[in-house]
Design a protein around this ligand. Structure first.
Ligand code: ADP
Ligand code: MG
Length: 380
């Protein structure tokens, strides 16, 4: 477990003085709205309890000093060297400082000591947690007046242009804007972000997040193929994006092949489900959401064809063990599932999936019960 004490101690060891503060930003999980982002559609993530911490302070020399406690690595660079092209973990914090400077904000020499308990590479956005925590620290230390949505966009720019990963705004928006017991409904066209209540525990629910530990093979190629098919379909329909389809049946009738029709049907119905989930949550009808998760999973499995045997087994086993609804979450071909459970059932459902994986000869999964948590801020 990452603690404030650990990052503060490492900061003192590195610099000889106490940090000026400690900031945090969470990982996130997407409740619903999968492969909708690049179709100008809708997503609905919430922030996790798992988060990155950064102890930070300004420096009197001309250096940026970054330490990753979890990797036991320290990187030092003159602030004048802050340009894209560096690889490795330090590209994430350095990229945020670079994006701030590119946007015309005055930043100075800084020490950043980082640690995180967001699982790496599981699709829970450990990268955005690092970026958004550094963003929160830099904004406070350098007294930058930047709105939360602007902070998210600059953190995204760090990931896109400095790290070189072409991702949407979902991760950084969730990590920055979410609050306790809320989700974030994000319109990926207008970037309008709206908080939506998710008071799971008081309604008698909890959400299990289970990492299938499936290695992501062929994921980049498959992602590119889905994206290209969506763009081609929108072009054939003479629409800016698949989000603009009003009449699904009429649109499908105009498309040339069965596979393309299924891809389009997923995107259109998933957007409908994300919007419906948003409306139902606003009305307090959380009990209606698990059914939408089931439908989302079936659509990803049958129409978009982005699930794999481990993921399908995890969903089936979770449902058999009593989950009210379950779906794969994230880009697909592995990664995590979420299961909507009655309060107190999450652990036994996680154990049931673990047994099903053992029987099938799959690598043991990892799981935890998630609590919609607050976005980036100052801890101390
Ligand atoms: P994810 O789905 O977890 O965001 P990414 O590949 O986008 O996966 O980001 C993972 C990368 O983020 C790691 O390879 C590392 O460079 C960086 N990172 C995440 N957590 C940490 C950490 N605790 N310390 C240092 N770097 C981290
Ligand atoms: Mg990431």
């Amino acid at each position: 477990m990452t603690t404030a004490h650990v990052v503060a101690t490492h900061y003192v060891d590195l610099t000889g003085s106490a940090p000026e503060g400690i900031w945090f930003a969470p990982g996130r999980v997407n409740l619903i709205g999968e492969h909708t982002d690049y179709n100008d559609g809708f997503v609905l993530p919430f922030a996790l309890e798992q988060r990155a911490l950064v102890a930070a302070g300004s420096r009197s020399d001309d250096l940026i000093v970054m330490r990753a406690i979890d990797l036991d690595e320290t990187v030092r660079m003159p602030i004048s060297d802050l340009a894209p092209g560096r690889g490795g973990w330090s590209a994430y914090p350095a990229g945020v400082l670079w994006a701030l400077r590119e946007a015309g904000h005055r930043i100075g020499p800084i020490t950043l000591v980082l640690s995180s308990n967001v699982p790496l590479g599981a699709g829970l956005s450990s990268s955005a947690a690092i970026e958004c925590a550094v963003m929160a620290a830099a904004c406070d230390l350098f007294e930058l007046d930047i709105s939360p949505i602007e902070r998210a966009k600059l953190s995204q720019r760090a990931e896109n242009e400095y790290v070189g990963a072409p991702t949407g705004l979902l991760d950084q928006a969730a990590s920055t804007l979410c609050q306790r017991e809320t989700g974030l409904f994000l319109d990926c066209r207008t970037l309008e972000a709206t908080l939506v209540p998710l008071p799971l525990s008081s309604k008698g629910f909890e959400i299990l997040v289970l990492d299938t530990h499936t290695p992501h093979s062929h994921v980049d190629g498959e992602y590119g193929e889905r994206r290209a098919t969506c763009e081609e379909a929108a072009r054939l329909l003479q629409l800016p994006a698949l989000r603009d389809i009003d009449d699904l049946e009429a649109a499908l009738a105009k498309l040339p092949d069965e596979r393309m029709r299924r891809r389009v049907r997923h995107v259109v119905t998933e957007n409908e489900r994300a919007r419906l989930a948003f409306t139902l949550a606003l009305q307090g009808h959380l009990e209606e959401l698990p059914g939408l998760l089931d439908a989302s999973h079936a659509s990803m499995r049958d129409d978009y064809e982005i699930t794999v045997p481990t993921v399908d087994l995890a969903v089936t086993a979770a449902k058999t063990a009593g989950a009210l609804g379950a779906r794969m979450t994230g880009g697909g071909f592995g990664g995590c599932i979420i299961a909507w459970c009655r309060s107190g059932d999450g652990s036994s459902i996680g154990e049931a999936v673990e047994r099903a994986f053992a029987e099938a000869g799959f690598t043991a999964p990892a799981w935890f019960v998630a609590h919609p948590s607050e976005g980036a801020g100052r801890l101390i």
